[in-house]
Design a protein around this ligand. Structure first.
Ligand code: ATP
Length: 323
């Protein structure tokens, strides 16, 4: 932990939100008085624009020509297997990694040239922090509030992430899921216009995940643009307006969760029981098949299920094809 809690005021860094590496954030830089809204400096509706992004490590092209556009107010989920290039891409967008090629604009500014003003307009929730052990939840969140020119009320943010009963508990006593909530609180205390969420619900119990999803929906409804990486396909489906699948450093497809990989036009599978045995048929006309079956059975079809490929089915097929 950085012992200097009263050290100069800075926005958090990517590698450790507690390592104070960036410049001082003044209190007159961003006139964003509306929660989650921008200050009008952008000339278009794009929060993130990426063209031909490349990042090379030795012989490995970790990011190999990615084009991407995220609209203001959109929740965009970046999906992909381990090592696909998601974190590399996101860290370049956050201004914490250098690129080897391509053009990047985030909130109208190239992150390579961005300073503390720009940094105070974005929020980052890292995969894990786990520092500030001796401080209470309230102390940690209040401390971070000082980093930002238009910070939210710490007490309100603590309630929003569901840590109201833990506000006087030391960070070191929090459970894994509660620690994650604290990370989220630190990501949103600055009222970011653009929020980066890196696998935000890892370690959450099912109820906590649903609560977190509600929080993300609230933030999005208030106008916050959100770029999410997740390995949970149900999370992407629940939250994202659009998803982008990245594999081997390339963007394989960008679409809505409902239409990814032609999911919406895929055949339906009808399953039922016939003479105690499972039957199934793939069809383009499931309604007609169900009507026929209902006629055949003179009413209810035993154990009838009609399903389409899930987002996970579609994603795994796409990733499999890529491999
Ligand atoms: N600093 C680095 N030096 C060398 N190679 C790196 C470095 N950082 C990432 N890589 C490589 O670049 C590729 C992309 O990594 P990245 O962390 O972006 O993947 P990811 O999609 O975020 O994966 P995960 O889902 O596991 O977090 C991987 O093959 C990784 O090993």
């Amino acid at each position: 932990m950085n012992s200097g809690i009263d050290a100069a005021v800075h926005p958090p860094s990517r590698q450790s939100v507690h390592r104070l590496v960036d410049g001082h954030v003044g209190h007159s830089v961003v006139p964003s008085t509306v929660y989650g809204r921008h200050d009008g400096r952008m000339s278009d509706d794009s929060a993130i624009t990426v063209r031909g992004l490349r990042k090379v490590y030795g012989k490995l092209a970790a990011v190999d020509g990615v084009d991407l556009s995220v609209q203001r107010g959109e929740v965009f989920a970046l999906l992909g297997p381990n090592g696909a290039g998601k974190t590399t891409t996101v860290e370049i967008l956050e201004g914490y990694r250098k690129r080897d090629g391509g053009d990047v604009s985030v909130l109208g500014i190239d992150p390579r040239d961005a300073g503390p003003d720009w940094r105070s307009r974005i929020g980052i929730v890292l995969q894990s922090t786990g520092e500030f052990e001796e401080l209470t939840v309230n102390e940690v969140v209040s401390h971070f509030a000082h980093y930002y020119p238009h910070a939210d009320d710490p007490a309100k943010v603590i309630d929003r992430v569901g840590l109201g009963e833990k506000r006087t508990a030391k960070a070191k006593t929090l459970s894994g899921g509660q620690q994650r909530r604290l990370d989220v609180a630190l990501g949103i205390i600055g009222r970011p216009e653009l929020l980066f969420l890196d696998e935000p619900t890892t370690g959450f119990d099912p109820a906590a995940r649903r609560e977190f999803w509600d929080l993300v929906r609230d933030l999005a409804a208030a106008g916050t643009t959100i770029l999410l990486t997740t390995h949970y396909l149900d999370e992407a489906e629940a939250l994202a307006n659009r998803v982008g699948v990245i594999a081997r450093g390339r963007l394989v497809e960008v679409s809505t969760p409902a239409t990814l990989g032609g999911r919406n036009t895929a055949k339906a599978t009808v399953r039922w029981q016939a003479s105690g045995r499972p039957r199934q048929e793939d069809t383009d006309t499931p309604s007609a098949l169900v009507v026929d079956l209902a006629r055949e059975y003179g009413g209810e079809v035993p154990e009838l299920i009609v399903s389409r490929p899930t987002l996970e089915d579609t994603y795994l097929r796409m990733i499999g094809e890529d491999a």
